[in-house]
Design a protein around this ligand. Structure first.
Ligand code: 3Y8
Ligand code: NAP
Length: 249
């Protein structure tokens, strides 16, 4: 009988957890513990770091994990690198469930940048009203461009107010809707959006809203990840585990 460990924190991880629960496949979903009240899951959940590669390899052995699925966010580069090393060390097969990058479509006004520092540099210039759809972990970097008004969106209320002179904070955990993001951008008179190329559906609403409003978007490219086998669909993971859905073929 398989025994999966799903490294979670994304819409796709939650969809996979629902699919394995439905099929009675033993699985545990793992969160880093970054948010106060992560979404409840239909499989057992563990919360917190493993203690680096060694800690994760040890967990894989001790819990007799038969399949490791990395369904973390494309910007969660550290855990993904650890998963490759720990899976090899423990001799456990690894599969990444990820989502393709977003690609610009007609009407998009993207400036693609390599990383967070390049996104900060791209905001040099006269004062604007900017939405930082980056969560809480990277806001401090934008203090280098204090001339702007920033609209911030966090999952949880922060312990300390963000150190940006002029900002407004929205607390919401998504997945978001186009109407909701359109209303949010319009209500705050946003002139530019900064975001990560997360891919997937849970954070895509702001792109459609920005397009409809004709707003420029600073799009941060993904960090490099080590080589590993990747799929984009829950059905592909179930096939890999050997509980493929009947595709009628
Ligand atoms: C703790 C688990 C689900 C998963 C939902 C997806 C969609 C909604 C959109 C914006 C962008 C952002 C942020 C975002 C989205 C989904 C997905 C996604 C972006 C939760 C969750 C955890 C986290 C961690 C959190 C980060 C932050 C990033 C907010 C749960 C809700 C900006 C990424 O406060 C903090 O410290 C938050 C930190 C890492 C990035 C950052 O740098 O701040 N996600 N997000 C996971 C853990 O502990 O292991 O609380 O239920 C999950 C989701 N967030 O099951 O429905 O699949 O991407 N999450 C980004 O994409 O840029 C918001 O505002 O438009
Ligand atoms: P990260 O920088 O890649 O990882 C930092 C450390 O956090 C890891 O070394 C590991 O600690 C721990 N960790 C990360 N994900 C974990 C998980 N799912 N289960 C157990 N421990 C985990 O990770 P991050 O970018 O902070 O992301 C943290 C979580 O938020 C992940 O679940 C990710 O999917 C989710 N998320 C992140 C983003 C983002 O923009 N980064 C967006 C949406 C969701 P140890 O070394 O001690 O094991």
């Amino acid at each position: 009988m398989p025994n999966l460990l799903i490294l979670g924190g994304t819409t796709e991880a939650s969809a996979l957890a629902a699919a394995v629960a439905e099929r009675g496949i033993p699985a545990t979903l793992s969160y880093a513990g970054r948010t106060v009240a992560p979404r409840p899951q239909p499989v057992p959940v563990r919360v917190g770091g493993f203690g680096g590669v060694e800690g994760l390899a040890c967990y894989l052995r001790e819990e007799r994990i038969t399949h490791l699925v990395d369904a973390t966010h494309p910007f969660a580069a550290q855990i993904s690198a650890n998963a490759v090393a720990a899976a090899a060390d423990a001799g456990v097969p690894l599969l990444a469930l990820t989502r393709p990058d977003w690609q610009p479509v007609a009407g998009d006004r993207w400036t693609r940048v390599a990383d967070l520092d390049a996104a900060v540099a791209a905001l040099a210039g006269p004062s604007e009203r900017v939405m930082l759809a980056l969560g809480r972990m990277h806001v401090e970097a934008f203090a280098q461009q204090p001339q702007h008004f920033y609209l911030l969106r966090f999952v949880d209320v922060p312990e300390m107010p963000p150190k940006l002179p002029s900002h407004a904070l929205v607390v919401d955990c998504g997945p978001f809707t186009v109407d909701g993001d359109h209303a949010l951008l319009a209500a705050h008179g946003i002139e530019r959006v900064v975001c990560k190329n997360a891919g997937g559906s849970g954070a895509a609403a702001k792109l459609a809203a920005a397009r409809a409003l004709g707003l420029p978007v600073v799009m941060i490219d993904r960090p490099a990840l080590p080589e590993r086998r990747e799929v984009h669909g829950v059905a592909d993971v179930l096939d890999w585990v050997g509980h493929g859905v009947d595709r009628g073929v």
